[in-house]
Structures are given as C-alpha cells and as structure tokens.
Design a protein around this ligand. Structure first.
Ligand code: ZN
Length: 88
C-alpha cells in the first residue's frame, strides 16, 4: 500500500521539470516498503527515511543535496589515552 506525502517546502522538480512526489510504501522494508521520490520519468530506490530518498533524488537530478547535520564525532578511546609501545 502506497501513499503520497506532501512535503513543505515542496521537493524540487526533476531536471526535466516534472513535479516530484514523496511516496511512502507502508510495507516492511524487507517486503519492499520505504520512502521514495518519483516523477513522471524517474524514481529513487526505497529508503528507510525520507531524507535519504531526498538526497538520492537531488544527486540524480544534479541538484545540491539538502544540508544535513554532520554526525557527531565519536571515538572509541579518549584521545588522551597513551599509546603503549609494544615490542618483542
Ligand atoms: Zn521527471
């Protein structure tokens, strides 16, 4: 089952000028569900979140990808942890 979601602000048209639609397939991802963006001539793959589908759409049509916050830096070890000099 698919439904169309109206985005505000609207998704940019494709490179040929077709209006773009955000589609949500309500099936489980393993059954082919997810978010996609489509127009009369093209469609993205299904994604778990709309932002990923939107980013693919922008790349497909040569538009600048939407600004996303960079992921926070994560490190496994604190930087002040001394490196042990191991030798045989
Ligand atoms: Zn199009």
């Amino acid at each position: 089952m698919q439904r169309m979601i109206t985005e505000q602000p609207p998704i940019i048209p494709c490179s040929k000028g077709h209006a773009a639609r955000h589609m949500l397939d309500l099936r489980r991802p393993s059954a082919g569900g997810g978010h996609s963006v489509e127009c009369a001539c093209s469609t993205t793959a299904r994604h778990l979140i709309f932002e990923e589908a939107h980013a693919e759409w922008c790349l497909m049509h040569g538009q600048r990808a939407p600004i996303r916050r960079p992921p926070a830096k994560r490190s496994v070890f604190p930087s002040e942890l001394a490196q042990l000099q191991l030798s045989l």
